[in-house]
Design a protein around this ligand. Structure first.
Ligand SMILES: Nc1ncnc2c1ncn2[C@@H]1O[C@H](COP(=O)(O)OP(=O)(O)OP(=O)(O)O)[C@@H](O)[C@H]1O
Ligand SMILES: [Mg+2]
Length: 238
C-alpha cells in the first residue's frame, strides 16, 4: 500500500517556459504516473528532468521545496519550478505519520536549518549537528534516527553522499522502513540503490517508461563497464 497512488498533471496555463517545455513534463500531461509499489525510482540521464519532477512531487505533497520535513519552510533561493502547483496527487486512505524530502544539492541548507531550530531537535538527527558529521555520515544518521515507520520519503540522488558500502547500508534501512509501511520516491543513478526489492523503476527519456532492473541504463552501463573496463575504455577513448 502506498500513500501517494497517482501523480497527475493538468494542463498548465503557461507552457512556454521551464519546466513546462521539458519533454518529460509534456509526457506527464498525457500519462499520469501510477505508484503501486512502496519504492518508486526515477532514473535517466543528466538533464532528463528527475530533480524537477521529484521537487514538484515533494512540493505538491506539502514539503518545503529545498528539503526537510513538512514543517520546514526556509528558503535560500527561489529555484523551485512551480510545477508542484500544477500536480494533483491522489492519496490513499492511509496518511503518512512522518516524512522527509532530501535534495542532495541542498542538504547543507537543511543541516543549517536544523542547527538554527536547535532546542533538542538534534536528538532526532543522531545527537549532534549534521555539520559535524561527514556528508554520508549525516545522511545515514538522518535515515537511522529521523526516518521512521509509516513515512513518506522523497529523495533526490541520496547516493551523492554515499560510498558503495554506504549505499548498501541505506538499502538495508530502506528495506526496514518499507516493512514498516513507508513509501519512497527516489531519483537515482545508483545501480546499487536500484536493486531495492519491491521497487518500480521509471526511466525518464522524453517519455517515462517502466523498465526492469536488468534493462535500466545505470545497471546495463555499469555492468558493461565492470565486465571489462579496458575494453570499454578502448571503445570510449578511441
Ligand atoms: N531553474 C531552471 N530554469 C531553467 N531550466 C532549468 C532549471 N532547472 C533545470 N533546468 C533544466 O531542466 C532540465 C532538467 O533538469 P533537472 O535538474 O530536472 O535534471 P535531472 O534529471 O535531475 O538531471 P541530473 O541527473 O543531472 O540531476 C535540464 O536541461 C536543466 O537545464
Ligand atoms: Mg537532478
Amino acid at each position: 500500500m502506498t500513500f501517494i497512488h497517482q501523480i497527475r498533471l493538468d494542463q498548465a496555463d503557461d507552457t512556454h517556459r521551464y519546466p513546462f517545455t521539458l519533454p518529460v513534463v509534456q509526457h506527464l500531461i498525457k500519462h499520469p504516473l501510477h505508484l503501486n509499489t512502496p519504492v518508486t525510482f526515477l532514473t535517466g540521464d543528466n538533464g532528463a528532468g528527475k530533480s524537477t519532477l521529484v521537487e514538484a512531487i515533494a512540493v505538491a505533497a506539502g514539503f518545503n521545496a529545498e528539503g526537510g520535513t513538512q514543517s520546514f519552510n526556509f528558503a535560500t533561493k527561489a529555484t523551485e519550478s512551480s510545477l508542484g502547483d500544477y500536480l494533483t496527487l491522489r492519496w490513499g486512505t492511509r496518511k503518512p505519520r512522518t516524512g522527509f524530502f532530501l535534495r542532495a544539492e541542498s542538504f547543507y541548507n537543511v543541516a543549517t536549518e536544523i542547527d538554527r531550530i536547535g532546542g533538542g531537535i538534534h536528538a532526532s538527527y543522531g545527537g549532534k549537528s549534521l555539520h559535524e558529521r561527514s556528508h554520508g555520515e549525516s545522511f545515514i544518521d538522518l535515515m537511522n534516527h529521523r526516518f521512521g515507520s509509516r513515512g513518506l520519503y522523497i529523495l533526490d540522488e541520496p547516493e551523492a553522499a554515499l560510498s558503495v558500502k554506504g549505499c548498501l547500508t541505506v538499502l538495508r534501512r530502506m528495506h526496514e522502513l518499507v516493512n514498516e509501511s513507508s513509501q519512497f520516491i527516489i531519483a537515482t543513478h545508483s545501480p546499487i540503490l536500484l536493486a531495492a526489492p519491491n521497487a518500480t523503476i521509471l526511466e525518464i527519456t522524453d517519455t517515462i517508461d517502466e523498465v526492469s532492473y536488468d534493462t535500466a541504463e545505470p545497471v546495463r552501463l555499469t555492468r558493461n563497464f565492470l565486465g571489462d573496463p579496458n575494453r570499454f575504455l578502448k571503445h570510449l577513448l578511441d
